[in-house]
Design a protein around this ligand. Structure first.
Ligand code: ZN
Length: 117
């Protein structure tokens, strides 16, 4: 389960950022997770609840994690770069069937904002 490592990274980066801003308590962390990352939100939330209790992340002990899901999309070069959304395993152009499309979204895994005191 790679969610544990990802969550650790999110918490460590958040704590660093908030310390840098002179904050002492994290209330909320918003992240975006792309469809193609194969990150499971339940596992992410489970890891978050387990890790935020650790002394290293004490300032996040009462924080909540809000996840925005980003659907996967790609552009088809043979259809004038038309962008279409698709699932994790069906990334071919729905118009012409071209499997060689250019990924546009769905690979993101980033912190959007941190609310802190
Ligand atoms: Zn096409």
């Amino acid at each position: 389960m790679h969610e544990m490592g990802i969550t650790q990274g999110i918490l460590a980066a958040s704590v660093d950022a908030v310390k840098g801003e002179g904050g002492t308590r994290i209330n909320e962390i918003r992240i975006s997770v792309g469809e193609m990352t194969e990150v499971v939100e339940d596992a992410l939330q489970f890891a978050f609840e387990a890790l935020r209790a650790e002394p290293d992340y004490a300032m996040a002990a009462g924080a909540v994690l809000l996840v925005t899901h980003v659907p996967a999309s790609s552009a088809c070069p043979t259809c004038d770069g038309e962008v279409f959304e698709h699932g994790r395993f069906d990334g071919q152009c729905p118009k012409c069937g071209n499997p060689f499309v250019e990924p546009r979204s769905g690979h993101e895994l980033r912190i959007d904002s941190i609310d802190f005191d």
